[in-house]
Design a protein around this ligand. Structure first.
Ligand SMILES: Cc1cc2nc3c(=O)[nH]c(=O)nc-3n(C[C@H](O)[C@H](O)[C@H](O)COP(=O)(O)OP(=O)(O)OC[C@H]3O[C@@H](n4cnc5c(N)ncnc54)[C@H](O)[C@@H]3O)c2cc1C
Length: 614
């Protein structure tokens, strides 16, 4: 049998991961390279919605909205443990506002649209028209149709009904942890590759050096955080059949690195493909605001007409986003500033004056850069929020190996983008598409009865490892929320753990793994699992993008110390560097998230297993 072609995917964000998976389905070997961790770029800094994008309708992006709704419905089915339907409440100030502005925008007359927008935003008729079209575009799916209601009904968000007398009710979906979806796309790609005997590697914290003949050297990233000496992968070189540049907001930077000083590598390198905008989010800890949402996501406009989302996040928090500000620096340096915090808090206070939201209730914030197509060509004079979210695939002629760049895209459309990219790249190198991911569930996919069974299985294992019944119930819910149907495998990470190779519980209790990470309701076995099965390398990888503790309400220094100690026991961190790794993580949580980590994790008031099941 001829050796399989190998394609290098640059970037382990959601798009790079989905492309890697799609390529393996067609019998191609894949190497994914990222100087950081999986999903450490824009994927981690999004609003975390899987949605059609209601507002894109006004810009006539019917095709994009239809594609997004189809993908939304698919993800809710195929990644049900991570992507959940969420009812939305869209408050409106009056009846008629916004009709003419919407029509002008649809016709492409942006300046006229802004002149006609008026102070009171879109009225209920405009909203009803948009939501009717939204329902039609999602046709065929078993989703509730929209309704227009009067404010103040039972079970509705407690929004100021004098200012917003009406509302549109509709549904979209929420992906609390796109980081976890990205990891699972790669876990699935690895399984597909293993079954077909294809080369497959995920090289995180490593960078690429480009030689003029198209050979790529994959070497350690000198700026990566510390790890055990034996955990350092050896450099290697490869001349791939093709390269896909899926580096998101870094696409132009990557091209500049590739083409620097190379006469032969010319095509497209001079032309700027991306013109990013930064967007910030707040995670707010306010019981009255969380209660005021009544389980809905709220989608509305700030006074400047920008879209704002106020969303339930996990059992206790509220996610508020976002801003949209042109950004030209290194996307890794984008940070939330006080003016953005103020802007977002003002927007929420206008909706929920009774919640009495205070600045100190902001637990943390985060900020990322949208990889939008360079607006000189794509924006057509639109404000940042109106620049197209469509993705483009650009082929660079003249490179020594076939090379494509991905421009734009959304979390929602990662799979369809991957399908188109794989088809184009494979055709470009003379290979057929053998299969697509359209009906392929993610490895952890579970919902309804299969989710209940996964929780029960985990609860039994946790109980047999010595946890009290209520503790075991919380641990099981948290594990299934993170790993879905793979949750029981976590216990297998414990040497001698009670899970057989087929994932079924065996009779004996675990030899280790009974211990919990202090304060956060997760077993230490989960650390070993992510190190062994999910390419986690550093403490930050574990805290921010595998166990998702960066968002946990009760994270403390002691939780971080437990995770670092488990890493050291697993040989992933030199024991002498444990304290420095914890200090580095605390500093990063402060600088990247504005989060202050207390010495001890809070011991009281944990949400119940039921509350975790949101
Ligand atoms: C504020 C905001 C809100 C958003 N909200 C939503 C939403 O609710 N729903 C939705 O569908 N979409 C949303 N998006 C869009 C979505 O998040 C992004 O389009 C998507 O995450 C882009 O994924 P990506 O894989 O292309 O890029 P990234 O996730 O940025 O991944 C690119 C990767 O490339 C790596 N890299 C950089 N340089 C190199 C190099 N030289 N070699 C190799 N790798 C390299 C980076 O480290 C990074 O990991 C939002 C975006 C933002 C900013």
């Amino acid at each position: 049998m001829a050796a399989a072609a190998t394609i290098v995917v640059l970037g382990a964000g959601i798009n790079g991961a989905a492309i890697a998976r799609e390529l393996t389905l067609s019998g191609v070997g894949v190497i994914v390279v990222d100087p950081g961790d999986i999903a450490s770029g824009t994927t981690a800094w999004s609003t975390r919605l899987i949605h059609g994008g209601l507002r894109y309708l006004e810009y006539g992006e019917i095709g994009l909205v239809r594609e997004s709704l189809v993908e939304r419905n698919r993800l809710v089915r195929l990644a049900a443990h991570l992507v959940r339907p969420l009812p939305f409440y869209l408050p409106v100030e009056g009846r008629w506002g916004g009709l003419w502005a919407a029509a002008a925008r649809l016709a492409g007359w942006e300046s006229l649209a802004r002149a006609w927008q008026g102070r009171r935003g879109r009225g209920s008729w405009t909203v009803a028209a948009g939501l009717t079209l939204y329902d039609l575009l999602a046709a065929g799916a078993d989703w509730p149709r929209h309704r227009i209601v009067r404010a103040g009904g039972t079970g509705m968000p407690q929004i100021d009904g004098r200012m917003f007398p009406y509302a549109g009710l509709y549904s979209d979906a929420q992906l609390l942890f796109p980081e976890r979806l990205t990891v699972e796309l790669l876990v699935d790609a690895r399984q597909i590759a293993a079954a077909a005997g294809l080369p497959f590697e995920v090289c995180t914290h490593r960078q690429v050096a480009f030689a003029p003949d198209g050979t790529l050297s994959i070497v350690p990233n000198p700026h990566a955080p510390p790890r055990a000496a034996n955990g350092e992968a050896a450099p290697f070189a490869i001349r791939p059949a093709a390269i896909v540049n899926a580096t998101g907001a870094w696409v132009d930077h990557t091209l500049r690195e590739m083409f620097a000083g190379r006469d032969g590598w010319s095509g497209g390198a001079g032309q700027r493909l991306i013109a990013g905008t930064k967007g910030s989010h707040l995670l707010v800890r306010s019981e009255s605001l969380r209660g005021g949402l009544s389980g809905f996501g709220v989608y509305c406009e700030a006074t400047d007409g920008r879209p704002i989302f106020v969303l339930p996040f996990g059992p206790e928090l509220v996610l508020v986003g976002t801003t949209d500000i042109p950004f030209t620096g290194d996307p890794a340096d984008a940070r939330t500033d006080e003016a953005e915090i103020d802007y977002l808090l003002t927007a929420v206070r206008r909706l929920f004056p009774a919640a009495g939201l205070r600045r100190e209730q902001v637990q943390q914030h985060y900020c990322g850069v949208r990889p939008l197509p360079n607006a000189a060509g794509a924006g057509g004079g639109r404000p940042p929020a109106g620049i197209t979210r469509r993705h483009l695939l650009v082929r660079h002629e003249g490179a020594p190996v076939p090379l494509w760049s991905i421009v734009g895209g959304k979390l929602t459309t990662c799979r369809s983008l991957a399908e188109v990219t794989a088809a184009t790249v494979l055709a470009g190198i003379g290979l057929p598409v053998l299969a697509t991911s359209r009906e392929r569930p993610l490895p952890g996919n579970c919902a309804g009865a299969s989710r209940d069974a996964a929780v029960r299985g985990c609860r039994d294992l946790a109980g047999r490892s010595g946890l009290a019944t209520d503790e075991a119930a919380v641990v099981a819910e948290r594990l299934v929320a993170l790993f879905g149907a793979r949750a029981a495998e976590v216990w297998r990470a414990s040497p001698g753990g009670p899970v057989a190779a087929d994932g079924q519980a065996a009779a004996a209790p675990p030899a280790s793994g009974a211990g919990l990470i202090r304060g956060v309701g997760l077993p230490l076995a989960a650390v070993e699992f992510c190190l062994r099965d999910e390419w986690a390398v550093t403490l930050d990888d574990l805290i921010e993008r595998r166990l998702m503790l960066a968002f946990h309400e009760r994270l403390g220094h002691d939780s971080l110390e437990d995770v670092a100690a488990a890493m050291a026991r697993a040989g992933a961190l030199p024991p002498a560097q444990q304290a420095a790794a914890v200090a580095g993580c605390v500093a990063r949580l402060a600088s990247r998230y504005g989060r202050v980590v207390p010495q001890a994790a809070a011991e009281t008031g944990h949400p119940s297993a039921e509350e975790h099941r949101v």
